[in-house]
Design a protein around this ligand. Structure first.
Ligand code: BV8
Length: 231
């Protein structure tokens, strides 16, 4: 791998697929069983909070089940972060904690985190591993009916965008891993980095929507292509 000064990595559901976490747009993907409008929008939550809590409770318990663990792709990124002396930022669209379990230190969850919840009453964000119900009281203000998953739904503004765009304008390498390039603003990050002179690389099972626009591509399972690229 040539020497770079500043690296931004963007990951999507594909990096966790080999860990047993379902992606969204594959034939067995999450959006095949649920309408985005019903389970991943604020309007959907207002209409039927129980359906939305059930959707995320099932994904949270799956993530916490013993068979789910990080894979070689997560581990390769954590090892790279440990030995890389330049600026490094790992931005993930994923709401799982597999990057952290593999040892990644600085992880920006731009779409939030499945193992955190927040209270719309007092604004508190806290780690929460149990099933969330509408009757669950906030551990901070004790009010019920105000808790939601700490997750960015569609039509909500992603987290940490200022820090992400700042890193995109100054990086000399941008690598997208395991993302189909369907969801904005994440899908436009590679163009922002390229516009500021970065080399752009796509590591994916198959070409994403914008795959041909990256300067370099390597296709195959993340557990193979990611360790090879970051060796
Ligand atoms: C916003 C949390 C305003 C929930 C998620 C029209 C045009 C353009 C944009 C829009 C539009 N209409 C509306 C929008 C905006 C909208 C959007 O982009 N819609 C799309 C669908 C058209 N975006 C928003 O609403 C965002 N907010 O725009 O706010 C704003 C913005 C900036 C500044 C001010 C205001 C908020 C989007 C966040 C929504 N929340 N997640 C949850 O997880 O339940 S998004 C959801 O999709 C997940 O987070 C997921 O990560 C993300 C992206 O999907 P991918 O990760 O790419 O997963 P996918 O299944 O699609 O692909 C997997 C890939 O992996 C595939 O390519 C596959 O080949 C590959 N793969 C599979 N196995 C492997 C593999 N690769 C390697 N190895 C393997 N083994």
């Amino acid at each position: 791998m040539p020497s770079y000064q500043s690296v931004v990595v963007l990951t999507g559901a594909g990096i966790s697929a080999e860990s047993g976490i379902r992606t969204f747009r594959a034939s067995d993907g999450l959006w095949e069983e649920h309408r985005i409008e019903d389970v991943a929008t604020p309007d959907g939550f207002r209409r039927n909070p129980t359906l939305v809590h059930d959707f995320y409770n099932a994904r949270r318990q799956k993530l916490l089940s013993p068979e789910i663990t990080y894979n070689a792709a997560h581990k390769a990124l954590a090892a790279f972060e440990q030995r890389f002396s330049g600026q490094y930022l790992l931005v993930t669209q994923n709401i799982d904690d597999l990057h952290e379990r593999a040892g990644s230190q600085q992880v920006v969850h731009m779409h939030g985190e499945l193992l955190k919840s927040r209270c719309e009453g007092c604004g508190e964000i806290f780690s929460y591993l149990e099933d969330l119900q509408m009757t669950t009281p906030c551990p901070c203000c004790q009010l019920s009916g105000h808790l939601r998953p700490h997750i960015v739904w569609f039509n909500e503004i992603p987290l940490a965008l200022d820090a992400i765009y700042s890193a995109l304008t100054s990086c000399d390498l941008f690598v997208a891993i395991g993302t189909s390039g369907n969801v904005y603003p994440a899908a436009g990050f590679f163009q922002e980095a390229s516009h500021h002179g970065a080399h752009t690389v796509e590591l994916n099972l198959e070409p994403s929507v914008s795959g041909s626009l990256f300067k370099e591509q390597h296709y195959g399972p993340a557990s193979e292509v990611v360790p090879r690229f970051f060796a």
